[in-house]
Design a protein around this ligand. Sequence first.
Ligand code: PLP
Length: 409
Amino acid sequence: MMFSVDKVREDFPILSRNINGKRLVYLDNAATTQKPRQVIKALTDYYENNNANIHRGVHTLSQEASDMYDDAHEKVGRFVGAKYPKEETIFVRNATEAMNLVMYGWAQHNLKEGDEVLSTVMEHHANIVPWQFLREKGVKVNFVDINDDTTLNIDDLNEKMTKSTKLVTCVHASNVVGTINDVKEIGKIAHDNKALFMVDGSQSVPHMSVDVRKIDADFFAFSGHKMLAPTGTGALVAKKDILEKMHPFLGGGDMIREVKLEKTTYNDLPWKFEAGTPDIGGGIAFGAAVDYLKKLGMDDIKKHEQKMLEYCFDSFNGIKDLEIYGPGPKDRSGLVTFNLKGIHPHDVGGILDSEYGVAIRTGMHCAQPLVERMGQSSTCRASFYIYNKEEEIDVLIEGLNKVKEIFGK
Ligand SMILES: Cc1ncc(COP(=O)(O)O)c(C=O)c1O
């Protein structure tokens, strides 16, 4: 049975906050989600009862903290279907760091002048900029175009794939238009051409059931903080055999087995890629976030967001001069990007906040090439999650009508 949104809302203290005299309507979930008591409690419980550094103490607290932190890796890895959940799950600060880890750890050591990386124009900057760094060493970086309906242009992908392409990378669900890429198909094209395949799952893992093995992703990056976990959490899930051969990203404590002045050997997975003291409490709370989502069920979460999308599309239809970008409600993840003709998104967002307590995102959404490819310079984005209700979309609509009235549209 579908979860009760009202019951879910009770777990999120921040949702009872008033903003500018109005009850908060939080529609900026694609940027970061709110956190339930269960996650906040996991964090405070850890600091109140178990806090110690991990993997290096014989004392009880250190062993407890180590077990809890290790378990969180297992939970997160299992959640996305990793074959070896603990070894293949590296905790990082965010999805950006996960992608930089692949660039510094794998690409910098395995790619040479003349090799190619193929990304797409529909990426977040985190899946564009790190690859551009490789140009300094003569690696070619190319970007697959989209069709006018914002789906990925698979013909263009096939055309841009060459014998020198060593890595294909793309977003699973777009943070700007919600388009869901057929990552299984894209991965097959990459592998048929002997390239590795990386997926940016920042906007898919929080919203739908994901199986990295079915996708056959070599590297899969996502953020914890977009799926109820604290900020400062994220993961790179990657195939064990690749990680074993890969160069570490950062050097220092905990990532080593033995250090001699002449030569150092590295620790087992995943610790080889987690140098220094990590965000232990955050990692444990990331595990608690996964527990929370699993209890609701990812299929039901997707259904709930689908309902919200359909309601939002229907309501938007009634607003003259409102333009929605991207695919229809059935083919997108839980967000809607739009503009009110002749009104700057920053004005829309500002009025929604100050008059209605509605939080939306406005601007480029850290995806300037995509927004410009769509012929825009800025858009408004409302993004939904497990605690959003249809009534909140009604408040958004009321706010948008007010914005139009203020601007005489
Ligand atoms: C598709 C996508 N990729 C990457 C990121 C970067 O995530 P983080 O801020 O956790 O590094 C985001 C964040 O908005 C995103 O939406």
